[in-house]
Design a protein around this ligand. Structure first.
Ligand SMILES: C[S@@+](CC[C@H](N)C(=O)[O-])C[C@H]1O[C@@H](n2cnc3c(N)ncnc32)[C@H](O)[C@@H]1O
Length: 259
């Protein structure tokens, strides 16, 4: 009887709002089409595209997409770099990495693709092995992905509240690694498609404590109507954002080293 647990948990978490959010999560998503001449189109949720653009990537920067597969947000980052600088699109899963390589090959023009390197490291290692290396990092972290869980009896049966705490620990380790891999003055986006604050604001709060004096939260300007302002970032949920989301994103800056 795990499935009723899922619905009971989120119904209690969102209160009245769940009555509108539940059907919106089951409804159609709203996609942006990324397409170059003679290439295959890629369809990306508009809220996901917003999170990737919010990173503020500019040509010439060294950029890491720590959990990049299947690659929708990496396409936005590559577009912003315009073939100048570097983009490391990393994902630990071999199957998903194969899909990422396929997306890069089939969607991006060669002049944008030539600076993209695909790798398969555990994201937790970047903080130690690539310390203070990147100007910009996107950490689109593995999360509960409730919109997908709801589509499958198998995933619903596997869901538990305990799992949220477990995932949040992984997210915290990845976030600490990302902060350590940022150059002083560098910026990052922490994003998830999780619904609850345990995987969103709470993870950010913990890093502000764990890396006290090394990182600060930057303000973000929402451009999708209906976006909710949260304690540290923005959340786009499909009931208020006309089908877009779910996406949470927060922007962090690594502070310059004190001499
Ligand atoms: C939310 S998905 C990323 C979606 C992607 N950013 C996009 O826009 O298409 C999270 C990804 O994290 C990867 N992942 C999970 N744990 C990881 C780890 N420890 N290191 C690197 N990647 C990891 C998963 O394989 C999964 O592809």
């Amino acid at each position: 009887m795990a499935a009723p647990d899922f619905f009971a948990f989120y119904s209690e978490y969102f209160g009245e709002r769940w009555n509108a959010l539940l059907p919106a999560l089951r409804g159609e998503a709203v996609y942006e089409t990324i397409q170059y001449p003679e290439k295959e189109p890629y369809y990306l949720d508009e809220a996901s595209a917003f999170a990737a653009r919010a990173l503020g990537v500019e040509p010439g920067m060294d950029v890491l997409d720590m959990c990049a597969a299947p690659g929708g947000k990496t396409l936005i980052l590559a577009q912003a770099l315009q073939g100048k600088g570097s983009l490391q699109s990393n994902d630990r899963s071999p199957d998903r990495r194969q899909r990422l390589s396929h997306v890069l090959e089939n969607t991006l023009p060669e002049e944008y693709r030539k600076i993209v390197q695909v790798s398969g490291y555990d994201g937790v290692r970047f903080g130690m092995y690539r310390k203070e290396t990147f100007d910009r990092i996107l950490l689109d972290a593995p999360c509960s992905s409730e919109r997908h869980v709801m589509e499958s009896e198998k995933y619903l049966a596997e869901w538990s509240q305990k799992r949220i705490s477990h995932i949040a620990i992984t997210q915290g380790s990845l976030l600490a690694s990302a902060v350590d891999a940022l150059k002083p003055g560098g910026q990052m986006i922490y994003s998830t498609c999780a619904l609850s604050k345990m995987e969103n604001d709470d993870v950010v709060r913990k890093i502000l404590k764990k890396r006290k004096g090394k990182v600060r939260v930057l303000e973000m300007k929402p451009d999708i109507p209906g976006t909710d302002q949260t304690e540290f970032g923005l959340q786009m949920l499909p009931d208020r954002c006309a089908g877009r989301g779910p996406i949470f994103c927060a922007k962090l800056e690594k502070l310059e080293n004190e001499n």
